[in-house]
Design a protein around this ligand. Structure first.
Ligand SMILES: Nc1ncnc2c1ncn2[C@@H]1O[C@H](COP(=O)(O)OP(=O)(O)OP(=O)(O)O)[C@@H](O)[C@H]1O
Ligand SMILES: [Mg+2]
Length: 339
């Protein structure tokens, strides 16, 4: 079974080919340099860049997979991220995927991008190494989302909670901006936090008792108020602020995940999305007693089409897929099963 997948939800143009359980290609073009001077992704620039880069990314993905050109039988299915994501960017991916599927005469399978972030935990050294075991608590912590899912099997997802305001990655980016650090902020904040001479100022933990939802905008505001009282921080002071902010985010994510695991009697956790690349977070989640946490390899934490091939594969294996060509920027279901 050969699957070509295309990913264009935000600022990465990516295409990958999976053959059996092996990735034959995995090409990612990141637009980060294009957006960095704006401290965030500019939707119109993103969709134009997807359009410009799509042909060369697809060409590279086919070449690495040893496929000469799109023709009947060169792959068995084409998948694409149909949402959630930026509308213009999604449309570029959808049109490219539909064109490829028609040229190859194969089904087109639209999948949920966040499911891709979760299933990325199965990839290791370019292979599907260890299939996930169920049930598990899935935590998606990325630039646009922070969600916790009860996962009973592939495609059987119940959303337990999501952020009411900023996503965890968004909070990292906004705090980095307050500290005049480059975009994207997550890796910059992590680096300074790792050099901090101590734990830093006390910032609040938004545990939101009684709900499994999240909220990170208050924490970001606490950093902003702190900076109003302590303007022009030195490098060491910035390190302390990064450390204190990062600790607060990690403590909050860890607290909520443990709460959900306890509530539902579940001992497995899988975490995906850009924030899961954070080393301090990985260390904290790996130290949970009686809970086993799966992460994706760092290169699969941010957006990539490899994880989208996996979503399509699991649907095909379950015999639960339908030809779908509709992109949906706000694709979100309170509870959902693959149809
Ligand atoms: N080491 C890190 N520590 C903390 N945050 C990080 C780290 N590396 C990346 N991030 C954050 O991850 C986010 C990017 O992740 P990702 O690419 O998964 O998000 P996205 O695809 O833009 O959003 P979504 O998947 O919700 O559509 C950014 O906000 C970035 O700052
Ligand atoms: Mg993403």
């Amino acid at each position: 079974m050969r699957i070509l997948a295309i990913e264009t939800t935000c600022d990465e143009t990516s295409a990958a080919v999976l053959d059996g359980n092996k990735l034959l290609s995995d090409c990612v073009y990141t637009q980060i340099p294009l957006h960095s001077s704006y401290n965030g992704v500019v939707p119109e620039l993103a969709s134009r860049a997807h359009l410009e880069k799509m042909p060369s990314v697809l060409k590279a993905a086919l070449k690495d997979a040893g496929i000469e050109k799109f023709e009947k039988g060169c792959v068995d299915a084409v998948a694409f991220s149909r949402g959630p994501g930026l509308p213009g960017s999604l449309m570029v991916g959808r049109v490219a995927a539909e064109t490829a599927a028609r040229l190859c005469g194969v089904p087109l399978i639209g999948v949920n991008h966040l499911e891709g972030h979760l299933l990325a935990c199965e990839l290791e050294n370019g292979r599907i190494a260890k299939p996930l075991q169920f049930p598990l608590i899935g935590l998606l912590a990325s630039g646009g989302h922070t969600e916790m899912w009860l996962v009973r099997s592939y495609g059987d997802y119940k959303i337990l909670g999501r952020t009411r305001d900023d996503a965890a990655g968004e909070a990292f980016d906004k705090v980095a901006k307050l500290l005049k650090l480059p975009y994207p902020g997550g890796p910059e904040v992590e680096k300074l936090a790792s050099e901090a001479p101590g734990p830093g100022p006390a910032f609040p933990r938004p545990y939101m008792k009684g709900t499994l939802e999240f909220s990170f905008s208050g924490l970001k505001t606490a950093v902003s108020y702190f900076l109003q009282k302590h303007p022009s921080p030195s490098l060491d002071e910035k390190r302390l602020i990064c450390r204190a902010f990062q600790d607060a985010v990690i403590d909050t994510l860890a607290h909520k995940v443990k709460e959900a695991a306890y509530k539902f009697g579940i001992s497995r956790i899988a975490i995906g999305g850009g924030v899961s690349a954070n080393s301090a977070l990985r260390k904290a989640f790996s130290s949970f007693k009686n809970l086993e946490t799966r992460f994706s390899e760092r290169k699969y934490c941010s957006d990539n089409a490899a994880m989208i091939t996996l979503c399509a594969l699991r649907r095909i294996q379950a015999g639960k897929w339908k030809n779908s060509i509709k992109a949906d920027p706000v694709l979100e279901q309170a509870s959902w099963r693959i149809a």
